[in-house]
Each structure stands twice: as C-alpha cells, then as structure tokens.
Design a protein around this ligand. Structure first.
Ligand code: GSH
Length: 236
C-alpha cells in the first residue's frame, strides 16, 4: 500500500511534509485532521498517544510519529535523491543540521505564542508575558536562522529538500502570530517566498485549506481519519 500522511489543519507544521511528498513524487495518500477537534478525541491517541500531528502510516502499515522520524523515513525512500542527498556527503550533513535547528529551537520558539491562544483561564498578565516571551524567542531564532541561510536558492543545494519542507511548514507562523515584519530577515524572506511560490507548496496549502487542487499526480487520494485509526491504530 502507499504510505499515508496524517496532516493537521489549521496551520499545521505537517503542511511542509505534504509538499515534500509531492517533491518526492512517489505514490502516497493523505488523511486530514482538524487539530482543534478530532486530534483531541481519545480515539486519536491510538495513532499518536501525545495527540499531535504529523503521523505517517508506512507502506508496511507501521505508525511513525515525530517530524524528524517521518522525514528520516522519507529520506530512506528517496533513492532518487529528489528531496535529500547521498548519506555522508556535506550536503546531507548540512540538511540534517538545518532540519534539527528548525524542528527544535525554531519551532519551539513559537510555543508560548500558541499557548497564549490556547489557555482559556489564563490572566491577561500571563497571556501578555507568554506573548512577550514567544515574540522574543521567535525573533532570536530568526536572527540565528538568517545567519545559517546561504546564498543558494534553497537551504541546501539547488533543489527544495526536507529542510525546506520543515521551514515552509512553520515559517509562516511568524505572520500567523504577527510577531514582526518578515522583511527584517531578507534571506529567509526571499527563501520563503520562493518556496511559497512552488507548485508543491501551493498544492499543500490548498489541501490544508480544504480546497481542490491539482498536484503532481503522486497523491492517490484522502482517507478518512476514522478509517486510518480503525485499520492502523493501536488496540482501543
Ligand atoms: N515533536 C513533534 C511536535 C509536533 C507538534 O507540535 N505538532 C503540533 C501541530 S503543528 C501539534 O500537534 N500540537 C498539539 C496541539 O495543537 O494540541 C514533531 O516534531 O512532530
């Protein structure tokens, strides 16, 4: 069977992995999850006990959670090196370095901002403190990533890779949380604009919004979340 990526909306980081699957070009399926509702249901715990997206059901029917583990799985499938590089090359090492930074410090910097929206009982002072902390962290991490971006068209080499996929999934949270003008980090801004203009990213964004779109043809269709849980989830 084709692997199935369970991706979240709205504004899920997993949107970047949908773009990566398009760039990879191998048949795949998707399952769409409303993160504010379906992901919180106890049944979702059967595919990810931490109630997070993304989740990958592999071609063998195994469940893989955590973005870095899913990306490693896709990299192993990428024998044509469309979204990655040969192991042990400097490009592969740099791609992993950037993925590590984006998935940890860069993504984590947004956590206080998400919490400031999701804590119904928090006092205004606590919300303001979360926003201040998140805003400071996000801006610092942007400074650091701006320094890591090279002069090429993408994060590594001349093609979009898994590192770009991770970036495009979370980079847009800068605007979502209205932290700062993206133009303050010109190299990152130019890279993000290039990615946002990429057909695979546009396709992934359209799907995330629930719109119809034409992709590369690799997508073999959506599967309902209930079916994914029933067939591939751990025993209830
Ligand atoms: N460490 C996980 C984190 C994944 C994560 O935080 N996903 C977000 C969506 S982008 C999520 O599901 N958050 C839980 C929530 O919204 O309640 C990974 O890298 O896959």
């Amino acid at each position: 069977m084709e692997p199935i990526l369970v991706y979240g909306h709205p504004a899920g980081s997993s949107m970047g992995l949908v773009a990566a699957l398009e760039w990879l070009g191998q048949p795949y399926r998707l399952s769409r999850v409303d993160m504010l509702r379906e992901m919180r249901d106890p049944s979702y715990g059967r595919i990810n006990g931490r109630h997070e997206t993304p989740v990958l059901v592999t071609a063998d029917g195994c469940l893989v959670t955590e973005t870095m583990a899913i990306a490693a799985h896709l990299e192993a499938r990428d024998t044509g090196r469309r979204i990655s590089f040969d192991p042990l090359t400097p490009e592969a090492d740099r791609m992993h370095q950037l993925m590590g930074f984006i998935n940890t410090g860069f993504t984590g910097a947004f956590l206080p901002l998400w919490l400031s929206l999701e804590l119904p009982d928090a006092t205004p002072e606590y919300i303001a403190a979360l926003r201040q902390l998140g805003s400071d962290l996000v801006q610092t991490r942007h400074e650091k990533l701006e320094e890591m971006v090279g002069d090429g068209p993408y994060l590594v080499g001349g093609k979009p890779t898994l590192a770009d996929a991770l970036l495009v999934g979370v980079g847009r949270w800068l605007e979502y949380h209205e932290v700062a003008d993206r133009g303050r980090w010109p190299r990152l801004d130019a890279l993000r604009r290039r990615l946002e203009d990429d057909p695979a990213v546009r396709f992934a964004l359209a799907l995330e919004s629930g719109d119809e779109a034409d992709g590369s043809g690799a997508l073999r269709g959506h599967i309902g979340l209930e079916q994914v849980i029933a067939v591939h989830g751990k025993a209830a």
